[in-house]
Design a protein around this ligand. Structure first.
Ligand SMILES: NC(=O)C1=CN([C@@H]2O[C@H](COP(=O)(O)OP(=O)(O)OC[C@H]3O[C@@H](n4cnc5c(N)ncnc54)[C@H](O)[C@@H]3O)[C@@H](O)[C@H]2O)C=CC1
Ligand SMILES: NCC(=O)COP(=O)(O)O
Length: 333
């Protein structure tokens, strides 16, 4: 049975809604698969008008979305008062933003949608409504919990030639050394190896693991974590048959000429992993959550308040996220 992709509206003060509307308007030119937007219908109509888009928007269900898609942008209406104030967060919209994610995940877990593609959220705006997660990644894992067991979600940033994973995500830099441990590295490598096989069709995934310290600790003279935690964790993974190598110095592992030597890089913290990919591929980078029973992708950028409501935001990364979700779930189409 065909199913649409589920797109969440994201932060209404940001560029997510603008980009969704733009991509719907250019769906044929870009060859995008059918999707349904989980969002506030009245707000999306106002934002379309602000952008000067005469986009037809229609209330839909997951079951009717594909037949509607050709004529109008199908929206599963997430009720609530959502002001159209680009660049200005409002506590009024937080509940609708959270509900759009929850409903999209439910629809995907139940097979009514194929995958979730999320528009960027502003975490600070959501804390007013009781959101307590560092980001989508952890929230999605909680929504996918079964029998009280929350899967380990793993963030991956990817484009065609480079995939990077931060071991620790949205935590202060000062907390990173205390959060790195042998078990976390091993379980993250297991999720990466599994999903690179299952979701990306790579039969023998090769993972390069970075060090934490400059020059991967230079034999213990610039920090001991590389020697005492990361290297033994790599050995644990190798003993399980995972093709992991390292620790590699983080400043040279991303050298473009070396990309073909591995299928993904496991880095120790957010910026170590995200700076390389956003630098070389801001427009094509996609954020993917590994370790979940569903496929979730997202553009690599955030809410870009400076561009919201102007129509100037690039839709390229969001289009790449839709294409990636489509490819990863092709067999369900
Ligand atoms: N998946 C998600 O929900 C994500 C959410 N965020 C959130 O977004 C908020 C803002 O984060 P920032 O660090 O400022 O990153 P940002 O990506 O929103 O903006 C950084 C810079 O990139 C530009 N930019 C971003 N998207 C663009 C686009 N589509 N086209 C052209 N230029 C673009 C912006 O104008 C700005 O100059 C934060 O609250 C952050 O947590 C950030 C990344 C991902
Ligand atoms: N820097 C990546 C980011 O902020 C996205 O996080 P998430 O919402 O996908 O967990």
């Amino acid at each position: 049975m065909s199913a649409p992709l589920a797109i969440t509206m994201g932060e209404p003060a940001g560029v997510g809604p603008d980009i969704i509307l733009d991509l719907y308007a250019r769906r044929a030119e870009l060859g995008l698969p059918p999707f349904v937007v989980f969002g506030n219908l009245a707000f999306l109509e106002k934002r379309a008008a602000r952008l000067g888009l005469a986009t037809p928007i229609a209330a839909a269900s997951a079951a009717t979305a594909i037949s509607i898609f050709r004529e109008a942008m199908p929206v599963i209406d997430v009720t609530g008062l959502v002001p159209d104030h680009p660049g200005e967060i409002s506590p009024l919209s937080a509940r609708s933003v959270i509900n759009s994610i929850t409903q999209a995940v439910d629809a995907t877990l139940s097979g009514h949608c194929r995958a979730v593609v999320t528009a960027p959220i502003h975490k600070g705006a959501l804390y007013h409504a009781g959101f307590s997660h560092p980001g989508h990644t952890e929230f999605l894992a909680e929504l996918c919990a079964r029998d009280g067991k929350v899967p380990l979600p793993v963030m991956m940033l990817a484009h065609d030639a480079l995939r990077t994973v931060p071991l620790t995500i949205h935590v202060p830099l000062s907390a990173v050394p205390g959060l790195i441990n042998r078990k976390l590295i091993l379980v993250t490598l297991r999720v990466m190896a599994h999903d690179l096989r299952q979701r990306f069709g790579i039969e023998h995934p090769r993972v390069a693991v970075t060090g934490l310290n400059p020059h991967a600790g230079e034999g213990g003279s610039i920090g001991r974590e590389d020697l005492e935690i990361i290297a033994p964790a790599i050995a644990d993974a190798q003993a399980e048959g995972i093709d992991a190598s390292g620790p590699h110095p983080a400043d040279t592992v991303f050298f473009p000429a070396h990309w073909s030597r591995y299928d993904a890089v496991l880095a120790m913290y957010h910026d170590q992993a995200l700076i390389p990919i956003k630098t070389v591929a801001f427009d094509e980078g996609v954020n993917i959550t590994l370790g979940l029973p569903i496929v979730r992708t997202s553009p690599d950028h955030g809410t870009a308040f400076d561009l919201a409501g102007t129509g100037k935001a690039s839709s390229a990364s969001f289009a790449a996220a839709i294409r990636m979700a489509d490819r990863m779930t092709e067999s369900f189409a």
